[in-house]
Write a new protein. Structure first.
Length: 117
């Protein structure tokens, strides 16, 4: 239960962040957050250098290309593991709910059904 003295802007901002996290997942949230930080606090020179080096790959060094490839592979692995764990949790929860419903239905039907025997 939220505290009464918490400002409304903090509550609405946290609600926005929670909704964003639910919509785009962990990986998307981290990417959006880091992009926001870079756009707000990065200088024009840093932004230009980043775009030239890592997006346009205009650097003469091969390390920039390797960094991009390794980053994309890391993102792929992390998102795969995260999605697998979330899927497993959802499946377990669905199984638990279905088992609970089946048990409840059996109990209700046993009490309410009158057979001809």
């Amino acid at each position: 239960m939220p505290q009464e003295n918490t400002p409304k802007i903090n509550q609405s901002f946290l609600k926005f962040l929670t909704t964003l996290f639910k919509e785009v997942g962990l990986l998307g949230f981290v990417i959006i957050f880091l992009t926001f930080l870079f756009l707000v606090w990065g200088t024009a020179e840093q932004k230009r250098l980043f775009i030239d080096s890592y997006i346009l790959l205009r650097s003469e060094e091969i390390t920039h290309c390797l960094v991009v490839i390794l980053t994309l592979l890391a993102i792929l692995v992390i998102s795969s593991v995260y999605n697998y764990k979330i899927g497993k949790l959802r499946k377990e929860e669905n199984n638990r709910i279905s088992q609970e419903k089946s048990t409840l239905q059996k109990n209700l039907l046993r009490d309410n059904l009158n057979t001809s025997d």
